[in-house]
Each structure stands twice: as C-alpha cells, then as structure tokens.
Write a protein that binds this ligand. Structure first.
Ligand code: ADP
Ligand code: MG
Length: 350
C-alpha cells in the first residue's frame, strides 16, 4: 500500500514516556518508536528521532544531547515533544490534502498547560480535530474491557515514567492513582544496586537490557536460576570490567520500586467502592505497559492483592490499540472521548 492511502485517515497516537506508537484507521499500528530526540546544541537542530536517537543515548559528543522529552510522566520539554510528535505524524501522514482527526493518549498526570501543548502540537502536525484521552482509559479499551458497562474494570499500566492504576465503570474513571515509579525507576534501581554491590557503573541502557533479560519481581522456581554477564566501568579504577549477576540479585535490586507499584495497586483497591471491588474480584486486574512484562510482577500482584491478575495480550501495544479503536469507532466511542477526567493527579500532587 502506498502513502497515498493514508490520506484523510484518522490517526491514534500513544504518546508514551518511553515509546510513541501511531495507529492509522483501517491500517493498524504503523509506527512504534522510542520517545527520544537527539539534538545538536550548536544549531538547535534535530539530529535524529526515535530508534535512531535512542541508540545515541550515553554515546553522544558534548554538543549532542539525546533526550526523552516526556521523562517522569510529564512533558519535560514542550518544544521537543512538539517536534517529536510532528516528526512521527508526518512520517505516516505525508502529502495529504484532507486533515485527519486525531486521538492522542497522554500520561494521565499532565497539567492543563501540557494538555494544550499536545493539542497544539497535533494541530501543527496537521490534525483537523484533536481528542485527548487518558492512558488508563485507552489501555482499558485496548485490552477489550467493557468500559461502557456498569461493571468495574481495573487497569494497571506500568510504563517507562509512570505507573497508572485506574478503575473504570460506565465510560468513566472512578478511582485512579498515578506514581512516577515505573520502568525507568526499575532501571535506576539496577544501576544503584550494581554500583553499591559490585562497584561497577552501568549505563541506563545496559540496566534496561538486564531488566528485560533476567529482571524479576517474584522468586523463580527452583532450578531456574538465570544469570547474565554485564560490562560496566569499575568505580575505583575507571576501567571496564565484567561481572556476573543473577536473577535473585535483580529481584533484591528491584524490591523498592516493585513495592511502590504493588502498594499503589493496593491503595487504589482500598479506595474502590465495594460493588466495583467485587467486580474486579470476579474479572481480575489487567496489567499493561512494558512493565507488565517484568517476570513475576503478575504473580506478585496476585499474592499481595488476592485478585486474579491477567497480562494484556500485547502489553506494549494495548494503549495504541485502544486509541485505534477510538478512531475506528469514532462515533460509538464519542462519550468515552468526551468523558474527560481531572481526578488523575499524581499522588504527590494531591
Ligand atoms: P510508556 O507508555 O511510558 O511509553 P511502555 O508501555 O512503552 O511505556 O513501556 C516501556 C517500559 O517497559 C520501559 O521502561 C521498558 O524497559 C519496559 N519493558 C519493556 N519490555 C520489558 C520486559 N520484557 N521486561 C521488563 N520491562 C520491560
Ligand atoms: Mg504507555
């Protein structure tokens, strides 16, 4: 299919802190790239966006920075966010005469100013109409939960910058919590642990790879001890060195941020009206976002909440698929799109 076929097609965007995904009506997910932009500080020009920019993290000369404009679940840099969004949208929507409608999912803690900045960026990028939808709602739709019914559904979305926990019923968010502990904090905990216990400095990317390979939130079954060799820089000598690390060690390293995530789920369940809590007991909690792939996180939540826990089919795509359903069934989901909630302040801001 050629670029021409995108003309006038509505677009759904998952503007995540770690990854941005674009869904085109009738086509599905057509773009999935890290939310990273590399900038030349001399000229202010954008050198690379997405996967190419992510490769540059920790490897740039002094005049180049590879930044994540949505670090920590908020838009840390308006200007760069706008450029990134524009770049991605133009990549899938070139040479068009009719402007698309756009559904953009944003981290739920964003402020009114950031909200406007996203609308502005999407408009600049060519949208005729912009609808903002909060991540947990999009995630619930993407996971196929019955969001419009009079039944409670719980979504736990563990992304890069934030973990969002929400209970949805009748097309709206009933209770929700958002904390700035998610994938990035897990990576950071690994960096700290390896520095303290092995006197080795790791880059963020190495820590992330280690987390994905053998990270864990629940003891592995007997005889399934996994290990990995990692290379970093010795704290004392400054020279490269290799150490071996086990999955058990990583579980210890990740304990604090994992506890924070578990506690947030428990608190949200506590705040949940009894009828909805009963519904969740029946239907279970749905885990989405890249963090859902952390080994044993589902089991840990099962043990600590007593609720059934399911990992969404494709946790890294759930939110984009939800945005996609919104553009496919624009009219049918209008009420959900209109049901804006401002209750989703990060816990620390309440
Ligand atoms: P966001 O919505 O904030 O962009 P994502 O849902 O795309 O975030 O998830 C990105 C996070 O998921 C990153 O922190 C990444 O390290 C983490 N992640 C991806 N795959 C795995 C995995 N297999 N195990 C653990 N964490 C993972
Ligand atoms: Mg997300």
């Amino acid at each position: 299919m050629t670029t021409m076929s995108f003309i006038g097609r509505d677009i759904g965007v998952d503007l995540g802190t770690a990854n941005t995904l674009v869904y085109v009506r009738g086509r599905g997910i057509v773009l999935d790239e890290p939310s990273v932009v590399a900038i030349n500080l001399h000229t202010g020009g954008v050198l690379a966006v997405g996967a190419e920019a992510k490769k540059m993290i920790g490897r740039t000369p002094a005049h180049v920075v590879a930044t994540r404009p949505l670090k920590d679940g908020v838009i840390a840099d308006f200007d760069v966010t706008e450029r990134m969004l524009r770049y991605f949208i133009q990549k899938v929507h070139r040479r068009s005469w009719s402007k698309p409608r756009m559904v953009v999912c944003v981290p739920s803690g964003i402020t009114a100013v950031e909200h406007r900045a996203v609308v502005e960026a999407a408009t600049q990028a060519g949208a005729r109409q912009v609808h903002i939808i909060e991540e947990p709602m999009a995630a619930a739709i993407g996971a196929g939960l019955p969001v419009a019914d009079a039944t409670g559904s719980m979504i736990v979305d563990v992304g890069g910058g934030t973990t969002e926990v929400a209970v949805i019923s009748l097309g709206g968010i009933v209770v929700a919590r958002s904390i700035r502990t998610a994938g990035d904090e897990l990576d950071n905990a690994i960096v700290q642990y390896v520095k303290k216990n092995h006197s080795l400095l790791l880059g963020d990317r190495t820590a992330e790879e280690l987390k994905m390979a053998i990270g864990s939130a629940w003891p592995a079954p007997e005889g399934d001890l996994q290990r990995a060799e990692i290379r970093g820089r010795d704290v004392i000598t400054g020279l490269p060195r290799t150490v071996e690390i086990t999955t058990d060690e990583l579980r210890t390293a990740l304990e604090e941020p994992v506890n924070a995530i578990v506690d947030t789920v428990r608190t949200t369940l506590d705040e949940c009206p009894p009828e909805l809590a009963g519904d969740i007991m029946d239907r279970g909690v749905v885990l989405t976002g890249g963090g859902a792939l952390l080994r044993g996180l589902d089991e840990r939540l099962r043990q600590e909440t007593g609720m059934p826990v399911h990992i969404a089919d494709d946790p890294l795509h759930t939110v984009a698929l939800g945005a996609g359903r919104c553009v496919e069934e624009f009219e049918a989901l209008r009420t959900v799109l209109a049901a804006r909630t401002r209750s989703l302040l990060p816990a620390h801001a309440r």
